[in-house]
Design a binder for this molecule. Structure first.
Ligand SMILES: Nc1nc2c(c(=O)[nH]1)N[C@H]1C(S)=C(S)[C@@H](COP(=O)(O)OP(=O)(O)OC[C@H]3O[C@@H](n4cnc5c(=O)[nH]c(N)nc54)[C@H](O)[C@@H]3O)O[C@H]1N2
Ligand SMILES: Nc1nc2c(c(=O)[nH]1)N[C@H]1C(S)=C(S)[C@@H](COP(=O)(O)OP(=O)(O)OC[C@H]3O[C@@H](n4cnc5c(=O)[nH]c(N)nc54)[C@H](O)[C@@H]3O)O[C@H]1N2
Ligand code: SF4
Ligand SMILES: [Mo]
Length: 707
């Protein structure tokens, strides 16, 4: 019998980049544990990483390309046949209806896949379509938007230096569960405890007393989508009390004099009356923030997937800047990743164009080289010149992840042709004509191109695959490389992700440390490149190396905030509750519910409702209730708790595996319902185009009283 061996790698499931230690013999995994020698995660692991073995062993994983027959059944085909058919169909559709008739959707795992990071830009160029969509517009687009207009590039992101801060204000994020997003912070709970142990403080602003709120020093309830007003209140207090303290940033601001313009129309009294947080509280929070030795405001999903996501992300940056907590230890800082994407996408002084194109049906802006996913179904369903006739969906499950997913499902079923590159036959790939199966997780080499950009510490690590991919699966990037060759009628290139990585390391910011691929291979636990460093001047991409504090496009959007909240428009009587989303520790977006160890036990796909609301509606804990929004209706189990504000309900995201035609046995036995049957595709942050998934108006009815 072979001896037990150890393998070290980075878990690539979420943004936290935890180092893991896998003990295995042959193809059998004995244990998966946190790697204490990983300089970033220091031994942390969550239950999802243990399930990496389930993904490897999953009998439902696709192993061969599949083609849908006229009867709707699937048949196995060879790669050659699959490529040939994709080539013929895509080319003929583009020839007849134009390049834009083929749409592209890219899902979240692309960002966690080293090879895709390298090949996707080349693939998209070869495909040539403007009809590009991705999960980014149901997620973090407002962050990129604010960075683009303030710092000159969508990918230079201010990251909270949580390992040194003395005060952290968290708005609409739940890192105790998510382990951070746009803030790679494995073992957030330990990092948070350290802030408290050194006398620091954490304040959480959230409509729900979340897992993070419970461990923080203070939790402040806020009704959904009022965060931009709270931020304006904090900024205004700092201004009016003469507490603006730019510290070293004075020379780095282009338009500091415009600060007054930002808050002039917003009085603290008015703000307080709308957000339900007193003037005193706003003032004391602002004062605490500026007087802490160092402080950082971090706002995430709850403050980006909402009607004013762009404003929230901008004002978060403004707060950090005017309190002198920017580009400074303990504040918001830029990272210096060993693989520096800026080097390849650098266009100093040239902003990402906004609204270069407008979407055909709803006239929505093209931004970040894509249209909002909220309008994808419109572009498929609406006939006429420019209609999408075919889709290529790579590592995405928009039927469950995008607003009004049911409408998108119905749109996908009407396409002339669809390809999915996926590991499963699931809610989205069932609509495809051809599904291409790929290696993932333990079967792929890993290097984090993107999440090192968002990490609270500079580290670098390469993980080789633990297991060989199965002979009939391919790496995603192999498929992309082949697509490029097909679409450009050129011989397939021999470029590999490793080649690109090696070059980038050797020419990157840390090349003086002798970094190259071989060196990373010698350091399986990763290499510590140190704490975040002030590096504003090197990272800013504006033409004059100055920060734009008040970009006009963002200042102008304040009028929309005002008109929404100053007009005494109350919530509609028809939909009196506001629905928000929830992430669960043992669940990852839409695709990890086929691991029995993650779904066993009590049903977690429940709607949290405040007991006082429940009483008024005569609903008991555990009742199945009917929830209705403008676009759909679901039935779900209730969980009563005063952790949620009155008038707000919380439903987890990522479920809904009860649909026909899915081949994921465990997930189908634990289907849950999809929150995105209720979210409204017409509800977006009009500025950035991001989906407003939080704050959706719903009605809750007891099924008993409906009988
Ligand atoms: N209401 C609501 N909706 C939300 C959210 C919310 O909070 N509330 N969250 C949003 C967010 S933050 C995100 S990121 C999106 C996610 O939206 P999506 O990216 O559309 O959804 P995922 O669940 O990540 O889907 C991943 C797909 O990739 C497949 N897959 C997994 N690994 C691989 C791989 O290595 N290669 C390939 N080719 N395929 C793979 C899976 O089987 C699955 O089909 O959802 C968004 N939707
Ligand atoms: N376990 C687990 N971890 C994950 C994921 C997962 O699915 N499961 N997904 C990963 C992905 S793709 C992402 S993008 C990240 C997301 O990471 P986070 O942003 O930390 O995760 P969420 O749980 O979506 O946190 C959003 C918070 O905003 C609150 N909220 C909702 N609406 C509002 C509002 O209007 N205002 C305020 N102030 N708060 C509001 C919600 O109650 C919730 O606590 O998590 C990543 N990590
Ligand atoms: S927190 Fe994320 S990266 Fe860390 S072990 Fe869990 S899933 Fe993997
Ligand atoms: Mo996400």
């Amino acid at each position: 019998m072979d001896e037990l061996k150890k393998h070290y790698r980075t878990c690539n499931l979420c943004e936290a980049m935890c180092g893991i230690e896998i003990t295995y013999r042959d193809k059998e995994i004995k244990s998966i544990k946190g790697d204490p020698k990983d300089p970033l995660s220091e031994g942390h692991i969550c239950p999802k990483a243990i399930a990496l073995q389930d993904i490897y062993n999953d009998p439902d994983r696709l192993k061969t390309p599949l083609r849908k027959k006229e009867t709707g059944e699937w048949e196995e085909i060879s790669w050659d046949v699959a490529y040939e058919e994709i080539s013929t169909k895509i080319k003929s559709i583009q020839k007849e209806f134009g390049v834009n008739a083929v749409g592209s959707y890219l899902g979240n795992p692309n960002a966690h896949n080293f090879g895709n990071g390298v090949f996707l830009p080349l693939y998209l160029k070869a495909l040539g379509t403007n009809n590009r969509y991705s999960s980014a517009s149901a997620d973090q687009l407002p962050h990129h938007f604010a960075s683009n207009f303030m710092f000159g590039h969508g990918l230079i992101m201010p990251i909270p230096d949580i390992d040194r801060t003395d005060f952290m204000l968290i708005i609409g994020g739940n890192p105790m569960v998510s382990n951070g997003s746009m803030m790679t912070a494995p073992n957030f709970s330990k990092r948070m405890k350290r802030i408290q142990e050194r006398g620091g403080k954490i304040v959480v602003v959230d409509p729900r007393r979340t897992e993070t709120a419970r461990k923080s020093n203070e939790h402040i309830f806020i009704r959904p989508e009022r965060d931009a007003l709270l931020l304006l209140g904090l900024i205004k207090t700092i201004q009016e009390k003469g507490l603006v303290n730019l510290r070293h940033l004075r020379e780095s601001l282009f338009d500091f004099e415009k600060l007054d313009e930002i808050t002039k129309d917003f009085s603290l009294e008015k703000i307080a009356s709308i957000i339900g947080i007193s003037v005193d509280k706003i003032e004391s929070l602002a004062t605490e923030f500026v007087s802490a030795p160092s402080a950082v405001c971090y706002s995430r999903m709850g403050a980006s997937t909402q009607l004013f996501g762009g404003l929230c992300q901008w004002l978060t940056n403004v707060l950090n800047i005017i309190s002198g907590n920017f580009d400074r230890a303990g504040g918001a800082m830029f990272t210096q990743p060993a693989f520096d994407v800026l080097k390849i996408t650098n266009k100093k002084g040239k902003l990402e164009s906004y609204g270069r194109y407008r979407s055909r049906v709803r006239n929505l802006p093209y931004y970040n080289s894509e249209f909002p996913v909220s309008t994808l179904a419109d572009e498929i369903l609406t006939e006429g010149d420019g209609q999408i006739k075919a889709m290529i969906c790579i590592a995405g499950n928009p039927v469950l992840s995008s607003p009004n997913g049911e409408r998108l499902a119905s749109a996908l079923s009407k396409l002339d042709f669809m390809v999915s590159v996926d590991i499963y036959l699931n809610e989205t790939s069932r609509h495809a004509d051809i599904i291409l199966p790929v290696a993932t997780g333990l079967e792929i080499p890993h290097f984090d191109i993107f999440f090192n950009i968002f990490s609270v510490k500079n580290t670098v690590k390469y993980s080789p695959p633990l297991f060989e991919k199965r002979l009939d699966q391919k790496y995603d990037w192999e498929i992309l490389r082949k697509f490029i060759s097909i679409l450009t009628d050129q011989p397939e290139s021999q470029l590999t992700p490793e080649y690109v990585l090696d070059n980038m390391l050797q020419s990157g910011i840390h090349s003086d440390k002798g970094l190259n691929l071989e060196m990373l291979k010698q350091h399986p636990h990763g290499i510590d490149l140190g704490a975040l460093q002030p590096c504003l001047v090197n990272r800013l991409q504006t033409n004059d190396d100055k920060i734009r504090l008040a970009p006009q496009i963002l200042v102008d959007d304040l009028a929309r905030l005002k008109s929404t909240f100053f007009s005494n428009k109350s919530l509609s009587n028809e939909f009196p509750f506001q629905m928000i989303g929830r992430r669960l520790l043992r669940s990852h977006n839409t695709w990890m519910h086929n691991s029995y160890r993650l779904v066993k036990g009590k049903n977690e796909c429940t709607m949290i409702l405040n007991p006082r609301d429940a009483e008024a509606l005569q609903i008991q804990n555990g009742d199945i209730v009917k929830v209705t929004s403008k676009v759909g209706s679901i039935e779900i189990e209730t969980q009563l708790s005063d952790e949620i504000m009155e008038g707000v309900v919380s439903i987890p995201q990522g479920w809904g595996h009860g649909r026909k035609g899915v081949k994921m046995k465990v997930a189908q036995e634990h289907p849950g319902i999809s929150i995105n049957e209720l979210t409204d595709h017409e509800r977006i942050d009009e500025l950035t185009g991001n989906a407003a998934l939080n704050g959706v108006g719903v009605r809750v009815e007891s099924l008993v009283s409906l009988d």
